[in-house]
Design a protein around this ligand. Structure first.
Ligand SMILES: *[C@@H]1O[C@H](CO)[C@@H](O)[C@H](O)[C@H]1NC(C)=O
Ligand SMILES: *[C@@H]1O[C@H](CO)[C@@H](O)[C@H](O)[C@H]1NC(C)=O
Ligand SMILES: *[C@@H]1O[C@H](CO)[C@@H](O)[C@H](O)[C@H]1NC(C)=O
Length: 480
């Protein structure tokens, strides 16, 4: 078995890096007795569950190296920010995604996972059909006073229409295509990366990351109005952030939605539950890890080996051969790590999701119910002078479902918590309001010249052989 080729970089919704150099050494020593390695995975979201899955693929349970994984998740469910809630708390009314609601077709791993797992994918066209049957516009770009752009069909389909009708400048299209193509080629490589800077270099993405999307698009000669009214709509819809705050790669990734988006009918979290289930990992829900400490043990050959003690709030501690930290360090709540990690922290963008069942008040937008867009994206910088506080009160306002009783189910994303007084302006009545705030994405700000990415392997010094694996190392390079 050639293990080095299995040291892969797996790209899912997150990037998981699987290290196996330390395992290889043992394989060479003894071929007959299986080596059993234990891995603690902290965080049961996209990164954690897919790490468990890929580990079990690379090291199958009957192989000569066997990996037993344990996923620690502080919430009562797997999936992280890929989670769905029942409308009005009633599953018979259907579910609505609270976080990651779509994935792009370019995400080969998720596309394949849904196929292999037999999960039904949807292109989200049922609402579109309903909307067009009612002759209502789909996307509306709202500047606080009027709609500066409208397009029929659902939001993501409108993004597609921009490509289809050639509304997107050719210069941007070809650049975007080329950038995504290079990324797609990563799926065909089988070598891993220890640092994101190596990935950036191999993809020739430096110039996409070191300046704002605004500056980049200007340099590319893209019409300013097109950038502000259309391209920014995609970044606000995707990352809730504006072109002047994002690096150029973020706008390229956001516009990839124009090439097809998907969702799992029964909820995207099913992919991650399935990753975890198939990995046969032990799953410890509602278990918060508070500390990770390294210890040195002596193996049967008398060699010193580094192992890790994972301590949880319930006072329990377990020893593992490897640790994968699959949650942002900043919000992990882990107060002790074996190594200093200050430089690994990245700022995150606070996003508030508000779900409402009720009747929207079209007069807020100066419209009637018949001609009010079902997906409203507000304009961002610099088109903010028509908003009360010089800032849009929400990023997106989207109707997701029409209920039999005539109510709409609406999802609103905003950068601050939406107060009842504001919701009372947007709705004539509300029978259900659900709020959730979280640090959903890294701030995808430009990366300064001297700024370094954390390593995928956190260790005390470069010379150290062991360390803990950190999936969040790719923040703020990309957030898929
Ligand atoms: C997928 O869709 C088919 C047809 O609607 C249905 O019979 C089946 O139960 C669905 N499978 C899952 C996993 O939801
Ligand atoms: C960005 O990176 C490119 C490519 O390495 C380089 O030519 C350019 O000078 C950099 N710009 C800034 C502002 O650092
Ligand atoms: C923990 O790791 C550090 C850095 O590699 C090392 O210096 C230290 O001796 C280790 N501690 C134990 C108890 O093994």
């Amino acid at each position: 078995m050639k293990l080095s080729s299995t040291c892969i970089l797996a790209i899912t919704t997150a990037v998981s890096l699987i290290r196996c150099d330390s395992f290889q050494q043992h394989v060479l020593q003894d071929k007959d007795i299986p080596i059993v390695k234990s891995v603690a995975i902290i965080g049961g979201g996209a990164a954690g569950t897919s790490t468990a899955f890929w580990l079990s693929n690379v090291f199958p349970h009957e192989g000569s190296v066997q990996v037993t994984s344990t996923i620690f998740e502080r919430n009562s469910y797997l999936g992280g920010r890929s989670t769905a809630v029942p409308i009005k708390g009633d599953y018979s009314l259907g579910i609505i995604e609270l976080g990651a609601s779509i994935f792009v077709e370019a995400n080969k791993n998720l596309m394949k996972a849904t196929e292999v797992f037999g999960l039904n994918r949807t292109k989200l066209t049922s609402l579109e059909e309903e909307v067009s049957a009612k002759n209502r516009p789909g996307l509306g770009v709202w500047n606080g006073q009027n709609f500066v752009f409208e397009e029929s069909g659902s939001y993501w389909d409108s993004m597609k229409a921009l490509w289809r009708y050639g509304l997107t400048p050719f210069k941007f299209q070809s650049k975007q295509k080329e950038v995504v193509k290079r990324f797609m080629d990563l799926y065909d490589t089988d070598h891993g990366f220890e640092h994101i800077s190596e990935v950036v270099k191999s993809l020739e993405y430096q110039s996409l990351l070191n300046m704002t999307a605004e500056a980049y698009l200007k340099e590319l000669g893209i019409n300013e109005r097109f950038s502000q009214e259309i391209l920014q709509t995609a970044t606000r819809g995707n990352y809730c952030q504006d072109l002047n705050a994002l690096h150029a790669l973020a706008v390229m990734v956001s516009m990839e939605a124009g090439h097809g988006t998907w969702a799992v009918e029964s909820g995207n979290y099913n992919i991650f539950e399935e990753f975890a289930r198939r990995s046969q990992a032990a799953i410890q829900l509602q278990t918060k890890v508070v500390a990770i400490n390294n210890i040195t043990e002596v193996d049967t050959n008398g060699n010193a080996v580094q192992r890790y003690v994972v301590e949880t709030t319930n006072g329990a501690s377990q020893v593992f051969d490897e640790v994968v930290l699959a949650t942002p360090i900043k919000f992990s709540g882990i107060h002790a790590l074996p190594f200093p990690t200050r430089q690994e922290e990245r700022p995150y963008h606070a996003v508030y999701v508000t779900l409402v069942a009720g009747n929207p008040d079209p007069s807020y937008f100066g419209r009637t119910l018949e001609n009010m867009p079902t997906f409203v994206v507000s304009t961002g910088a610099p088109l903010v002078d028509k908003f009360e506080d010089g800032q849009a009160p929400f990023n997106t306002f989207s109707v997701h479902r029409f209920l039999e009783n005539g109510e709409s189910v609406v999802k609103i994303f905003s950068s601050q918590e939406l107060k009842d007084e504001f919701l009372d302006k947007l709705f004539l009545d509300r029978s259900w309001t659900f709020r959730k705030g979280w640090h959903a994405f890294p701030k995808l700000e430009p990366i300064a010249k001297d700024q370094t990415f954390p390593s995928f392997i956190l260790k005390a010094s470069e010379e150290d052989e062991s360390g803990i694996i950190y999936t969040g190392a790719f923040e703020n390079f990309i957030s898929l």
